[in-house]
Design a protein around this ligand. Sequence first.
Ligand SMILES: NC(=O)c1ccc[n+]([C@@H]2O[C@H](COP(=O)([O-])OP(=O)(O)OC[C@H]3O[C@@H](n4cnc5c(N)ncnc54)[C@H](O)[C@@H]3O)[C@@H](O)[C@H]2O)c1
Length: 322
Amino acid sequence: MTTLVTGAFGCIGAWVVRGLLSGGERPVVFDLADDPWRMRMIVADDVASRVTIVRGDITDREAVGAVVKKHGVRRIIHLAAWQVPLCRQDPPRGALVNVVGTANVFEAARAGQVERVVYASSAAVFGAPSLYPPGPVKDDAPWQPATHYGVYKAANEETARIYWEEHRVPSMGFRPLSVYGPGRDFGLTADPTLAMKAAVLGRRFQIRWGGSTDLIHVEDVARALLAAADSQLDGARAYNLHGASAAIADVVKLIGRAWPSAAGLIGHVEQPIPFPAALDDTRYQKDLGPAPPTSLEAGVRKTLDEFARLQKEGRLDARELA
Ligand SMILES: NC(=O)c1ccc[n+]([C@@H]2O[C@H](COP(=O)([O-])OP(=O)(O)OC[C@H]3O[C@@H](n4cnc5c(N)ncnc54)[C@H](O)[C@@H]3O)[C@@H](O)[C@H]2O)c1
C-alpha cells in the first residue's frame, strides 16, 4: 500500500510523513521545493533516506500521473498548494497550482486506480463570522469565501464530488482554519506559531491580526488526514476540523504564561481576519472519531517545548524571523 504525499515538504506534510513512517510505511513524497528542511526538523535528519522523494510540479499533469504509475500508488494525501498571500499576489498562477493541481491529482487517481484521495481543503471556503448565525460554523454551512484561495478550495471540493459521481474515486477533504505548531512558518495564520518561536528565541514579535479564530495543532490535522487515508468510507466527503476557538489576545497571554522570559515581547494587532471564529466538527467526529482536539494550553506548551528542544540541538530554523 504505497501512499503518495504531495506538498510533503510543507508544514502539514512533514507531520503526515512522520505519521506514515511511524506506521512502518515508506511514503513517496512529491514537492516542487529542493530542500526538505521541515521534514528534517519534524521527522529526523535522515528522513531523506527513509522516503522516496520525487521533485515535481503539481501543475504538470504528466509528472503527477507518472509518479502514481511508477510507484504503484494506492492512496494520495494531497497537500501541495499556494497559501492565501501567494494566491492574492498572483491569482491565475494560484488557480493553476491549487485548482488545476488538484484536478491533476484526481485525474492521476482515476487513471491509476488509486483507492482514495485525501486532500486539504480549508475553512477559507467560509466567510466572515458576521455572515453566519452565532456559534461554530457547521459542516454544511454555505460557502462564502472572502479570498481567491477560498474560492479555489471550494472548487476543489466540487472537483472531488464530480470525480466520485463520474468515476467513483472516493475522497475526503479537510477544512482546518488556523494550523499552528512546529513547521508552520508561512501564510497569515502562521503568526501565532511565529510568535511562539520568537518567544523561545527571546525576540519581539507582533501577530498581524486579532479577533478570535479556531486554532488547531498540526498533529491533530495530520491525525485526521491519516485516519482518512485508512478509512473505507465511500463518497466525496468534506469535513470541518476543530481545535480550540480562542481570541488572539488570549494566545498572547498563554505564550507569556508558559514562557515567562518572553513577557512583553509578544503582541498583536486587533484586526480580525475574515474567517470564522469557530468550526463545528460533528461530521469528522462521527465518521472518523472520536478524536478529541489538543487543548490550546497543551498545544502552545508542546510547541514552545519543541522549539526549545530544537534550539538546544542547534536545529531551530528561524529564517522567516530574520
Ligand atoms: N496551514 C494552515 O493553516 C492551513 C489551513 C487550511 C488549509 N491548509 C491547506 O493544507 C495544505 C498544506 O498546508 P501547509 O501549511 O503544510 O502549507 P505549506 O505552504 O507549508 O506547504 C505547501 C507545500 O506545497 C509545495 N508546493 C507548492 N507549490 C507546488 C507545486 N506547484 N508543485 C508541488 N509542490 C508545491 C511547497 O513547496 C510546500 O512544501 C495546503 O493545501 C493548505 O492550503 C493549510
